[in-house]
Design a protein around this ligand. Structure first.
Ligand code: IP8
Length: 247
């Protein structure tokens, strides 16, 4: 059984300063990961690396580029963050290897992501920890668009060959929050999340979390949404934050 864990970009970078790693937070996360026992695939987000590079070039999940230079700039920014994440993991004693989505993945015209996982599966079998990241990915009809780490998590968890039994999404919020800002302990149906999230004015964030929950509910494995304070508990097999598990 494999565990997939995403470290949000805001957990490991200073989100407001371009291309700045939060070294202390990254070192803490790497040490927590080093305590994990079992098969683990890591994914990290873009933080102040990928999001900054993509926004500067007007590239997003919905708006692609046909400039290879722009696509490379986004990919290279993510490469610098990925290298920092790998350095921290190696420092903590984790045998981590990069798996870079631009060279591996594609999307069809509807946005459906195809992520071949043979290299990930073989790395796991050989005792390595594969580390993927949100990236520019080629999309049919659109050039290169942004694929988020969340979408990679969903693709990995839905890949039967990897036998994913548990998913963790570690970000800067302590879980899925209700209208009062309290963590919802468990979500089993989309209607529950939609009701709880519906009243907020922060439509962007709310829409993002509701969409995320909808995708997580469709997975065959339970997904835990938690903040960095919950990382040790997740790594030890516990259930910090919100558990999202479809019926
Ligand atoms: O932070 C975005 O990944 P995310 C990656 O997981 C890029 O949404 C390239 C902006």
């Amino acid at each position: 059984m494999t565990t997939v864990l995403k470290l949000g970009g805001s957990v490991v970078t200073e989100k407001d300063s371009p291309e700045t790693v939060d070294d202390a937070a990254l070192a803490r996360a790497a040490e927590a990961v080093a305590d994990f026992d079992g098969d683990l695939v890591l994914v990290h987000g873009g933080g102040s690396f990928g999001h900054h590079a993509a926004a500067e070039r007007g590239v997003s999940a919905d708006s692609g580029t046909r400039s290879a230079a722009d696509a490379r700039a986004i990919h290279d920014a993510m490469g610098r963050l990925n290298a920092a994440v790998l350095d921290a993991l190696h420092e903590a004693g984790v045998e981590a290897l990069p798996v870079r989505p631009l060279s591996l993945a594609s999307r069809d015209a509807d946005g459906d992501l195809s992520l071949p996982t043979g290299s990930v599966a073989t790395m796991l079998a050989e005792g390595f920890v594969p580390v993927l990241h949100g990236d520019g990915v080629v999309q049919s009809g659109s050039g290169v668009t942004v694929t988020s780490g969340d979408d990679l998590v969903v693709a990995l968890a839905g890949d039967g060959a990897l036998d994913v039994g548990r998913v963790g999404l570690c970000s800067t919020v302590p879980g899925v929050l209700d209208e009062d800002g309290d963590v919802i302990a468990r979500i089993e149906r989309f209607a529950e999340a939609a009701d709880a999230l519906g009243g907020s004015d922060a439509t962007d964030v709310t829409g993002g979390m509701a969409a995320k929950v909808e995708k997580l509910l469709a997975l065959g494995a339970p997904a835990h949404v938690f903040g960095s304070e919950g990382l040790d508990e997740f790594v030890a097999g516990g259930s910090p934050g919100t558990v999202v598990r479809g019926e």
